[in-house]
Design a protein around this ligand. Structure first.
Ligand code: PGA
Length: 252
């Protein structure tokens, strides 16, 4: 059985390298615990080197985006091959905060291909902005997932693909506002069904589905209870060593 996956999405925090250093020092005290799962830390780009050096024995490096270009000369871009050479192993793609600034599912799909070409695992985020009684959000979810993975055909190498279900309405709040396990379970079944339609049952059942959106120590345990998820994508709680530790405990 593969290890549970925990992704720490630091976004644009902590605000300075010295604060990042303090957080890394605190995290390393829990290295024994983190070695029992697949922990990825996605820091702001300038901290990559430091994070890599200081988490070497208990975490892998991730990044929060890559450009939708593979080759050529592009001012201002840090391309996937450069990131890979720094040890980046996973990229968060299609995060709702990027989509809110214009990222489309079409460009996510391009980036998925580029990540795989560079040998980086694409973690593709999908999630509805609101839920409704008539279940229309499922249609949205299906379209977003299909378009974001359109570059992969049925025979594509999906062994490295990870999907994160992140309902936009639940991001950046508190455990009280997160999704309830019954609804999470329903969404995971639905996502699995769409993946099955796209890639066939055998392939689809091996694609890990994570949950993200206000995961905190208070709700991590219940969200795992028979919902079918294989781990978490954690934002604000990943900036507090104690909270991340407690979430990791719930995963093992
Ligand atoms: P949150 O963020 O845990 O702060 O809700 C999750 C995310 O945006 O990936």
């Amino acid at each position: 059985m593969a290890k549970p996956i925990l992704i720490a999405n630091w976004k644009n925090h902590p605000g300075s390298l010295s604060e990042a250093g303090t957080l890394l020092r605190q995290l390393s005290r829990n290295s024994r615990l983190y070695k029992r799962l697949s922990l990825f830390i996605a820091p702001p780009l300038p901290y990559l080197g430091t994070v890599s050096l200081r988490t070497r024995n208990f975490a892998s490096l991730a990044t929060q985006d890559i450009p939708a270009i593979f080759q050529g000369t592009h001012t201002g871009m840090v391309t996937s091959d450069i990131l890979k050479s720094f040890g980046v192993r996973l990229v968060i793609l299609g995060h709702s905060e990027c989509r809110a600034l214009g990222e489309t599912s079409e460009s996510v799909s391009q980036k998925v291909k580029i990540a795989l070409r560079s040998g980086i695992v694409p973690l593709v985020c999908v999630g509805e902005t609101s839920r409704d009684q008539d279940g229309e959000h499922f249609e949205f979810l299906r379209d977003e997932l299909k378009l974001s993975l359109a570059s992969l055909n049925r025979k594509a190498d999906t062994s490295k693909l990870v999907v994160a279900y992140e309902p936009v309405w639940a991001i950046g709040k508190s455990a009280r506002d997160a999704i309830v396990p019954a609804d999470l379970k329903q969404s995971v079944i639905f996502i699995r069904k769409v993946l099955t339609d796209m890639f066939g049952r055998k392939t689809a059942e091996h694609i890990p589905i994570l949950y993200g959106g206000s995961v905190e120590p208070a709700n991590a345990g219940v969200l795992l209870d028979e919902t079918g998820i294989r781990g978490f994508l954690v934002g604000h709680a990943s900036l507090h060593a104690k909270s991340l530790g407690a979430i990791a405990e719930s995963l093992i």
